[in-house]
Structures are given as C-alpha cells and as structure tokens.
Ligand binder design. Sequence first.
Ligand code: PLP
Length: 394
Amino acid sequence: MMNWNDCIERHNTHSVKWSFSDEEIIPMCIADMDFQVSEAITEAMKEKAKHGIYGYTTFSERYFRAIQMWWKRRHDLEVDREWISFSPGIIPGMNILLGILTEPGDAVIVQDPVYYPFYSTIENHGCTVLKNTLTYKNDHYQMDFADLERKAKDPNTKVLILCSPHNPVGRVWTSEELGRIAEICLKHDVWIISDEMHGDLVYEGNTHHPLFSVGEELKQRSILCAAPSKTFNIAGLQTSILLIPNQELREKYEHKLLSFGMSRPNAFGVEGTIAAYEQGEQWLDELLMYLEGNRQYAINYLQKNIPSVKPVAPEATHLIWLDCSELGMEHEELFEFFLVEAKIKFDEGYKFGPSGSKFVRMNIACPRERLTMALRRMDEAVLRKRVHDRSGLI
Ligand SMILES: Cc1ncc(COP(=O)(O)O)c(C=O)c1O
C-alpha cells in the first residue's frame, strides 16, 4: 500500500533533482516525483533483476498491446500497432524528427513560455525558433491564433512543436483549440509534433484530447510523443514512445534511429513500460488525488499568505507556474532569491522564454510535509524582503 506522505531520502541516489552540495535545499525543480513507483513496477524490476541477464533487448507483442490498451482506455484513442516507434526519450526522438522534417534555415514554431529543450532541439538543426507567444491575461494562458497563422504562412515554417498539456503553464487544450491549430497547420503545410508527455496527469474537470482525435487528415501530418516516464515516475528507465501514422516518415525515423544505434530499449525499460500500462491505473488514480490535494493546498496557501506570488492554476501536470512579477525581480535574480533566501530550487522561468522571466516553476510532486515546509520558507523569505525593502525606503 502506497504511503504518499512518506518522505523518501533521495540524496546520494544519482538523482539529478537531488544532486547538489547544500543538503538543506528543497529541490522543487526537474519534472520527476519524490514518490515511489507502483508495486507492480517494483515487482517487474525485481523479476528482471533476479533473472540476472541483461543482454540486448527488443520489444514484444505484449509491449505494443500494453501501449495500445492504455491509449484506448485512458484517452479513447485507437492506436495502430505499426504507428508505434521507440525513442529513449522524447527529446532525442524530436531531434531525429526535426532532422528529417527540416533543412537548415527553416523555421519551427513553439508556443512560449515552453519546455526549454525545445529551443536547443530546433537550433541543433540550424533552424530558427518562431515564438507564437501564449497570451497571459487574468492568470490564464491562451493561444494567439492570428499570430500562429501569420507564422505558419511563412514558407520557411515547416513544423509546430505543440506541448499538450502545456509545460509549464498547465493548460489542457480544448478540442476547439486543437481543431484551430490543425486547420492552420494543414492549410499551410506545417507538420505538428505533439508532445503529450503530460497527458495522463490531468486534474478532474479537464480532459486530455490527443491531437490525433482531431481528424484523419491530420494524422498524416503529425506525430504524437508519449511516454510512461512522467506518468509513472520512471524517466530513468528511458523508454519513450513516438506514434507516427505517416508511413514514409516512420520509415525514415526508424532508419535514423537504427543508424544512430538508438533503436534498442533498456532491458528494465520494457518491463517497466508493460507493468506501468498493464497494472498502473489504480496507482495513477491515487497519485492524481494526492496531487490534486497538493495543488489546492499550494494555491490556497499562496493566495492567503503570499499574494505577491500568483500561481497559475494548472489544469494538468505536477508543476505550478508562479507569477512573481510583484516581487520586483526577474531572470537569474528571482531564481537566486528563492535559492539563497528560501533554500528552494525552482526551475528558472526565463529559461522557458523571455515571457517567463518573472516566473519560476514549482514541482509539487512531493509529500505534503515537504511542500508545506517549502511554502513556509517562501513566505518567510518574501516577508524578510518586504521588511528589507521598506527599511531601505525610510
Ligand atoms: C513536455 C516535455 N517534453 C519532454 C520532456 C523530456 O522528455 P525525455 O526525458 O523523454 O526526453 C519533458 C520533461 O520534463 C517535458 O516536460
């Protein structure tokens, strides 16, 4: 039985999130979770470990079926067996795709502020990043379709990287919004890479719509990126999934994957994926309930005690985008303020694009006790800053 309140020690475990010298710091950065995986995944790992042979590994029909069943059950999407391609991570897969879909000098659209490795992925291929900046009004983000159309129309524009649900702003795009994007991109011959990595982490009252649900025509002009890694906290197992209905593109993708020596999965990754998708549903539902509690708790706490830090209430993801513009700091100074004064490591908002320079991103996938401690530290740090600013004025 999972105890979501357990504070499990992660220092000295090679965790990226927990590897830094000052052990007092609470890491609320990096999108992995401080929760243990489901019993089913642990058992699958133990079984594999017991076998004691970890040679070159391949996929089984059971692996493909587990993926198909998951998407059907959770998202009502029929996935053809042959669409399913592998990648050790979404970002390596996206890199290969952009290598196929673009030439140096082409342009790729992103909707910033957005998961920042998208930028380097685009630049790796000598392409220009076109920012279709999201509109931020009344603590809510929306797409700017007029600007998207202008950018899609440019003959150099070859691809839109869609983040759905959106990291970091937490939006779950409606089917109407997805329909408008599809219409614009189809009209101007722009491919869509839809990163749906956070699609399972959706809060009640919202529904994740896979991009493919928008229509048949779009499937031939888009790619859906998915993974059990965010949902089930197994990013270290390095098994991601690319759904590529367009046969020509899929063949090119798989050829590249093979030529880079990246086509074989991690032996534990395959077992983890199967265990997660076949048996992880109850664990995920419990996780979502716990995260909902954390989300409510953090938002209420901030609104009541630290009104100068405004949370953008996420509809999905275990991340909260915090608008800190009233603190009067931005960029590195804002990040450093929380690191030094509150001993909390957030993700720097400016990395997600200039539109994020007055924000930080907070990961709430941790036991409530740790979240409470972090919020108190923020509260005290902001209070000290207010007193300090006031004394400077006198
Ligand atoms: C939207 C999004 N895409 C991709 C990734 C990274 O994927 P991977 O580790 O599989 O490359 C993340 C990780 O946080 C993410 O939030």
